[in-house]
Design a binder for this molecule. Structure first.
Ligand code: ATP
Ligand code: MG
Length: 564
């Protein structure tokens, strides 16, 4: 391909609205262009990378015996009403109407449509197990689309759905997808971790996520190499300490603490640390708010809180007015003593020798309160996010925390959708059995951004070879002034093309410095420079994007290195 035909404009400066490196580089290298919030055009070079990712996924899915199909992006509301998700899915779902005023949505995922296929096509257990997949555009009306294609509203996903007679077969199908995903991500040259995950919106039993490890990742992953444990922090249990608690001998005392509605100002005033305090959060409940009490420096885990009976879902904080109404007390000074609401305590609160808490009176806190004497030594539950240094849930070793970008997600759905949509097959005794299902997603477009987060330097992108848009870029120096350079460069270009090497030829009439900078920004793995001087010495400059060492090689040697 001739560079001048790409219609590509690179950008030197970082675009001001791009916060993370992959978004900056994708815009600067001209891989994507923004249309509107969360909507992007894939420009020619970007699309080449996207297709490479897509093809690796397709090949690995095919190798695993999965069958590709293509479902409509637009789905009728009636199917979503059958599964119950028309109401449950919330505002992520883009709802649309046709000319007859009938409701549709633009598919954020395809469990309903594939289950409809299954109930119509599958009759007998002899047709199982089966795995259907598609690679298709999804739409999710994300509350905060950001980071370019990393969290877009319209994006490309590979979604697969497997059908089984029973749980054993589902587990085999699930494990096969686990292996398949690992192979695909390895081929893409990505460093990733598989972590236990919440099944979220989709529902079901077991689920694991594939994360590309990167500092900019939106998810926190807790892991313990000693125990071979890894889970999304959302899901990592924290344990009740077995150690004996030495409680402070001091007695509870009420202190005047003006203007200390938040922990930071309270700590400043009392010269203590957040870990010496507790926070009492009031969550909306079905009848009255429900209080949860955590150590001041700990974070409430929403997924764990959602399991409290009587809590309103999704988990939401009660507002100041509701707090006043249900307790009579002022926001900012709420504490567990004499609160008059149902209270749940996190395990860690019971381990505090003494604690500082709101006194349920404006501008007052209790200090030196005691879990057993003043709070009545109640049972505790797991309510907080795990943190670095917490014991591993399996009991050996300590947790570390890394950041990750979720690029894949596999679920054992069980019979949630097949029961709702009545998709069953006959087993060998002729009895109707609801299908057991698995579902498996890969964020094709997100992977492109994730790969850049992991592979870049100050000059630009460094594509892993298997997903690079081109393998080689040829830069002829001042070709427009030298026939010799032009002939040698074009000759090598034709030769490489005939060898099926993907090669970009920089035919632009511009300064070599700009050509070099663009080649690095776009991240082509091999750069070949052809100059008059080189030709005179029978040499070509060869440079790999990773090592950055230029070497002068003979034409034959350079070709050998490119083809190898
Ligand atoms: P997230 O937690 O990041 O919102 P999710 O868990 O809702 O994602 P899944 O339903 O598991 O997403 O979708 C499968 C895959 O699709 C995800 O693993 C992710 O790689 C990709 N994906 C999901 N949402 C987006 C998005 N808004 N933009 C780009 N890719 C996405
Ligand atoms: Mg997910």
């Amino acid at each position: 391909m001739f560079y001048s035909k790409l219609g590509l404009t690179t950008i030197k400066e970082n675009p001001s609205d791009a916060e993370i490196i992959s978004h900056q580089l994708m815009l600067r290298a001209g891989l994507i262009r923004k249309l509107s919030a969360g909507l992007y055009t894939w420009m020619p070079i970007g699309l080449r990378v996207l297709r490479k990712v897509e093809n690796i996924v397709r090949e690995e899915m095919n190798n695993a015996g999965a069958q590709e199909l293509l479902m409509p992006a637009v789905q009728p509301s009636s199917l979503w009403e059958e599964s119950g998700r028309w109401n449950e899915y919330g505002s992520l779902l883009l709802r649309i109407k046709d000319r007859h005023n009938r409701d549709y949505c633009f598919g954020p995922t395809h469990e309903e449509v594939i289950t409809d296929i299954a109930r119509k096509e599958l009759r007998s257990h002899k047709q199982l197990p089966l795995n259907f997949y598609q690679i298709q555009t999804k739409f999710r009306d994300e509350i905060r689309p950001r980071f370019g294609v990393m969290r877009a509203r319209e994006f490309l996903m590979k979604d697969a759905y497997s059908f089984h007679l029973d749980q054993d077969s589902l587990e085999q199908g699930y494990n096969l997808m686990h292996e398949t995903y690992s192979k695909a991500f390895e081929r893409m040259g990505l460093e990733f971790r598989v972590v236990d995950a919440d099944s979220g919106e989709i529902g079901g039993n077991r689920s694991q996520e594939f994360h590309v490890i990167a500092d900019s990742g939106e998810d926190a992953i807790a892991y313990c190499d000693e125990e071979n444990y890894a889970a999304n922090i959302e899901l990592t249990p924290t344990l009740k300490s077995q150690a004996k608690i030495v409680k402070s001998k001091k007695r509870k005392e009420k202190k005047h603490t003006p203007n200390t509605k938040d922990i930071a100002s309270l700590c400043k005033l009392l010269k203590v640390e957040p870990k010496d305090t507790v926070k009492t959060l009031l969550l909306k409940g079905e009848k009255k708010p429900i209080a949860v009490v955590l150590r001041g420096d700990h974070q409430l885990n929403i997924i764990k809180a959602a399991k409290i009976s009587g809590i309103s879902l999704p988990v939401t904080m009660a507002d100041e007015k509701e707090i006043k109404k249900s307790t009579g007390y002022d926001f900012g000074y709420i504490g567990p003593i004499d609160l008059g609401l149902e209270i749940y305590y996190d395990h860690a609160v019971a381990e505090m020798p003494s604690l500082i808490c709101g006194a349920n009176e404006k501008d007052y806190h209790f200090v030196d309160a005691n879990f057993s004497d003043d709070l009545g030594n109640p049972d505790t539950i797991d309510l907080r996010n795990a943190e670095v240094g917490d014991p591993s849930p399996n009991g050996r070793g300590k947790l570390s925390v890394a950041r990750g970008i979720e690029v894949g997600h596999i679920f054992q759905l069980g019979t949630k959708y097949s029961q709702a949509l009545k998709a069953s097959v006959q087993d060998d005794s002729g009895k109707d059995v609801p299908l057991s299902m698995g579902c498996y997603g890969i964020g094709i477009s997100r992977i492109v951004a994730a790969a850049i987060e992991q592979n870049h330097d100050e000059s630009g992108i460094i594509w892993p070879e298997n997903i690079a848009p081109y393998k080689v870029i040829i830069i002829p120096i001042n070709m427009h002034k030298s026939k010799k350079v032009e002939t040698a460069a074009l000759d090598l270009y034709e030769f490489l093309k005939n060898q099926n090497i993907e090669v970009l030829f920089d035919d632009r009439k511009i300064r070599p410095g700009i050509q070099f900078a663009d080649a690095e920004l776009i991240g082509i793995p091999i750069r070949i420079v052809i100059s008059e001087k080189g030709i005179t010495n029978n040499q070509i400059e060869f440079r790999s994007r990773i090592s950055q060492d230029s070497e002068m090689l003979s034409r034959e040697e350079a070709i050998k290195r490119i083809i190898s």
